[in-house]
Each structure stands twice: as C-alpha cells, then as structure tokens.
Design a binder for this molecule. Structure first.
Ligand SMILES: [Zn+2]
Length: 232
C-alpha cells in the first residue's frame, strides 16, 4: 500500500525560515516553489482583512534555507501562464528552472503554477509538455480528495493548509487502507494570521505520526509514478 503525504509551498517568502524550522522539528520534507527573477523583492497587499508584507528571501538566504528540501519553479516573475501565448510561457518557465538548477546545484524540473484559482489551461499544459522539460506542475485548485493525479502537468493538490476541508481529509488519510496521496499546499506568509502557525503545526504533528505513511517530495512522487523524462 502506498500511503503518501507531501507539502508544497509557494513564493519563497521570509516566513519560510520559520516554516522550515517547524518541518525539521517533525523531520518532514517539502517542496518550495520559487521565482528566480524575484529574490529579495518586497511588496504589500491586503488579504481577508489582513495587511500582508510579502518579502521574498534573498538568493543567499534561499540557497542556505532550502538545502535539504526540494526546490521547484514558480515562473520567473510570478506570471499566470494561462494569460500568456506559448512563446511567453516558455520564456517564463525554462529560464526559471535553469536558473534555479544553477543556483541550487541540482536538476529542478518541477513547477507550481503561479496565482490562485484557475491559474492554468490546456494550452499551458500542452506547452509545458511539448516545449519544456517540466515533469510536473501543481495547480492551486484543491481536489479535496486523496486521489493521485490523472495528469502530473495539471496536478491538483488535496487541500490548502488552512482549508476547512483539511481536517476531514486528515481523518480519511489516517483511516485509509488503500493507496492514497495527501498533498497539502499553501504559503508561509498566510500562517501569520488566523492562528495559522498553530494550525500548521497540528497538521505536521498528525501526519508525522500516521503509521505506515511516507512523506515524499513532489519530485519523488513523480519518480514513483511516471519515472524520469528526457534529461533527468
Ligand atoms: Zn505564488
């Protein structure tokens, strides 16, 4: 039986330092999705009544922080790929994973689509498939299930880390006697609000204690199910 759980976090903001400490406390691995042209940038916005200062780690801090974790692409400049023609999709994606591969001295071929909601379309998926060596692309559309993806280039996660549906998925995951995958995603800056850090820690503590469950990175899940592709 394959009972697998994974975490995927976007944007590489400074709160990832606290998140990595928490993951290490429970000996968990995760995937971090980074924008190679945006290290060290900062801006602010309002979200659900909260004022968010969104500051990305510098290159140097990122290289040190993610040493023991999977790094994946998130487009060079955090672009929504479904709004772009194929040529621009390729230019946002290929230099991104190449730069991250150079910086982190390993092959980076995973991706998380940038922006929320319906942040990809068939053209984006086909362009990744035909013109890049991206192996998997995680969406921001919760599937609210423990199913494995039909298409790794349109990989819907199980649930956001602060989703109200996550506790029942955790119950289901703990009870499951069949193959299942729980992929939890989010952003560490979101955990600064609504008791987010405590809620995240409860998720980590529960999953770390599930008998027979395996914590993998997204790339490792890909390796298990679709093998390697092209220049891996
Ligand atoms: Zn993002």
């Amino acid at each position: 039986m394959k009972k697998i759980f994974a975490f995927s976090f976007d944007d590489g903001t400074v709160q990832d330092e606290k998140l990595v400490s928490l993951l290490k406390k429970y000996r968990l691995c995760a995937t971090f999705n980074l924008n190679s042209a945006m290290f060290g940038t900062s801006y602010s916005f309002d979200m659900n009544g909260h004022h968010v200062v969104h500051t990305r780690l510098s290159e140097e801090r990122a290289v040190a922080l993610y040493r023991d974790f999977e790094v994946a692409a998130h487009t060079r400049t955090h672009s929504c790929l479904k709004l772009l023609p194929p040529k621009d999709i390729v230019e946002e994606v290929v230099p991104d994973y190449m730069r991250l591969s150079d910086l982190f001295r390993r092959s980076v071929r995973g991706l998380a689509y940038a922006w929320g909601g319906e942040n990809y379309d068939r053209l984006a998926v086909e362009t990744l498939k035909n013109y890049t060596s991206v192996r998997y692309a995680r969406t921001a559309a919760d599937c609210n299930s423990l199913a494995f993806p039909d298409d790794f280039l349109a990989w819907n996660p199980s649930a956001h880390i602060l989703s109200e549906r996550l506790p029942s998925l955790l119950d289901e995951f703990e009870r499951s006697q069949t193959d299942c995958l729980l992929l939890v995603w989010g952003h560490s800056f979101e955990l600064d609000f609504d008791d987010g850090w405590n809620r995240a820690e409860r998720v980590f503590a529960r999953l770390a204690a599930v008998p027979g469950a395996t914590n993998l990175t997204c790339a490792e899940i890909c390796d298990l199910f679709i093998g390697t592709r092209g220049d891996q």
